[in-house]
Design a protein around this ligand. Structure first.
Ligand SMILES: [Zn+2]
Ligand SMILES: [Zn+2]
Length: 406
C-alpha cells in the first residue's frame, strides 16, 4: 500500500465535524479538531505486521479451543477444563442463555472476527475482488463482542480461586490462549483502521462538505441526498445520526439500573462442600480474593464487575440528561467519557467467564461442586444491556444539542 492520500474529507463519528484528514508524520496521530478523537494513526500504510499477528492469533486459538486450558487434581480425581467445557456445564445446569453468551463471546465470535480480519487484510494485499468494505465493517461490529483477552483474565481469577480446592496446572491450551491474546493485542497496537478504509475503493466523487451525510462506520462523506442508501465503501446504511438513539439508550439504561441490584445482591454461584451449600455473590468473590491476599486481582474484579457497570449507567444518564437540556458543558470531556465507556464495558465479563470455568472444573460430586445461580443471569444481562446502551447512543447528538452543528 502507498502512503496515505492526503485530503480526504471525513465526518468525525464522535462529534460530526466535517474536516480534511491531514497527512500525518510518522510519529503523530491525527485527531479530530473539535473532540480529539483519533482519526488516523501514523501513515505507515502497512497492514502486513497486523496480518501476520492475526494469523498467529488464529493458529494459537485453534489448540486453545481443542486442548485443555487447566487441569485440577482434587481428592485424587483429575478434571480438565476446555474452552467449550464451561458452555457445556452451564447448559447442563439449566442455564442455556448463559451458556449461549459464553459460547458466543469466547468461541464463536473470536474465530469469526479473526477470519474476517484476515480475509480483509489478505484481500487488500492480493487486491482480491471481494466486498472487503462490508467484511471490515462486520469485523468492526464484532470487535467489542470478541472477548478472548477478557476470558484470559477470567481464567486467571478462576485459577487462583481453584487453589483452595485442589492442585491446578495450566494446560497446553491455556498457554496457547495466552499466546493468542498477546498476538491479538500486538496486532491492535500497530494497526491503523484508516489505512484499511483508504485502501478500499469507494467510487465516489470527492464531496465539498456542504449538505453532507457521513457514514457512521467508515466516516466517508457523501451528498445528503444519499441518506438512507448504502455506503459505497462499507455498505452501512447512511444515516445522519443513529436512529432513535436517545430513546433506545434511555430504555437500555433503565433496564440496566433495574437489573444492577439483583446482579449484585443475588448469589452468582454456589459452592457445595460435603453437603453444605455456600452461596457466593460478586462482592463475596472479591472478599475471598482479598482474604487470600490477592489484592491486585480483587481490585481488577471489583472494578470490572461492580464499578464499570455503575460508571457506564451513570455516565450514560448524565449524557442523556445534558443532551436533553441542550447543555454545552464539558462537551469534549463527555465525548471522551463516552469513548471510554464504550471501550471498557466488555471487561465486566471477567466474572461470567470465571464462573463458567469453575462450574466446568469443580464437579467432585458430594465433596465439592460449583453451580451457577440466578444472580449470574442478571449479571450477564447487565453487562450485555450496558454494552448495547453505549453502542446505541450517538455522541454527535451531544454536539448537535449544544448548538454546535458543523
Ligand atoms: Zn470529532
Ligand atoms: Zn461507510
Amino acid at each position: 500500500m502507498s502512503r496515505r492520500p492526503s485530503g480526504e474529507l471525513i465526518g468525525c463519528s464522535d462529534c460530526g465535524l466535517v474536516q480534511l484528514l491531514p497527512e500525518v508524520a510518522s510519529d503523530a496521530i491525527a485527531e479530530c479538531a473539535r473532540c480529539g478523537r483519533g482519526l488516523a494513526r501514523p501513515a505507515r500504510g502497512n497492514v502486513d505486521p497486523a496480518l501476520a499477528l492475526l494469523v498467529a492469533a488464529l493458529l494459537l486459538l485453534l489448540p486453545a479451543a481443542f486442548s485443555p486450558l487447566m487441569v485440577i487434581t482434587s481428592f485424587g480425581v483429575r478434571r480438565q477444563d476446555w474452552l467449550p467445557s464451561g458452555v457445556e456445564a452451564m447448559w447442563n445446569d439449566g442455564f442455556g442463555s448463559l451458556a449461549t453468551v459464553v459460547f458466543l463471546f469466547s468461541i464463536a465470535i473470536p474465530f469469526l472476527y479473526l477470519g474476517l480480519m484476515i480475509s480483509v487484510l489478505l484481500g487488500i494485499r492480493l487486491r482480491a475482488a471481494m466486498p472487503l468494505g462490508r467484511l471490515f465493517r462486520w469485523a468492526g461490529r464484532l470487535r467489542p463482542w470478541m472477548m478472548i483477552e477478557v476470558y484470559l483474565i477470567g481464567g486467571c481469577v478462576a485459577y487462583t480461586r481453584l487453589q483452595d480446592i485442589g492442585t491446578v496446572e495450566v494446560g497446553v491450551g491455556g498457554w496457547c490462549l495466552v499466546g493468542a491474546t498477546l498476538a491479538m493485542l500486538l496486532a491492535g497496537i500497530g494497526f491503523d483502521e484508516r489505512a484499511v478504509w483508504e485502501a478500499l475503493p469507494s467510487r465516489v466523487a470527492p464531496h465539498s462538505g456542504r449538505q453532507s451525510v457521513s457514514c457512521g462506520i467508515c466516516e466517508l462523506l457523501l451528498d445528503a441526498r444519499q441518506e438512507h442508501s448504502g455506503c459505497p465503501r462499507c455498505g452501512a446504511t447512511l444515516r445522519r445520526r443513529k436512529p432513535q438513539a436517545m430513546r433506545r439508550t434511555l430504555a437500555l439504561v433503565i433496564a440496566g439500573f433495574l437489573l444492577y441490584l439483583p446482579a449484585n445482591l443475588l448469589p452468582v454461584l454456589a459452592i457445595e462442600r460435603f453437603g453444605r451449600e455456600d452461596p457466593n455473590t460478586i462482592l463475596g468473590g472479591v472478599g475471598e480474593l482479598i482474604e487470600s491476599g490477592l489484592w491486585p486481582l480483587a481490585v481488577i474484579v471489583f472494578t470490572a464487575s461492580v464499578m464499570v457497570p455503575l460508571i457506564k449507567l451513570f455516565g450514560l444518564s448524565l449524557m442523556l440528561i445534558l443532551t436533553r437540556l441542550h447543555s454545552p458543558r464539558w462537551l469534549r470531556g463527555r465525548t471522551r467519557l463516552y469513548r471510554a465507556i464504550d471501550l471498557i464495558g466488555r471487561w465486566s465479563n471477567i466474572d461470567l467467564f470465571m464462573i463458567s470455568i469453575l462450574v466446568a472444573l469443580v464437579q467432585f460430586g458430594t465433596l465439592t461442586t460449583v453451580r451457577p445461580e440466578p444472580g449470574a443471569l442478571a449479571f450477564a444481562a447487565v453487562v450485555v444491556i450496558t454494552m448495547l446502551a453505549s453502542r446505541s447512543f450517538d455522541a454527535r447528538l451531544m454536539w448537535d444539542a449544544a448548538g454546535e452543528r458543523p
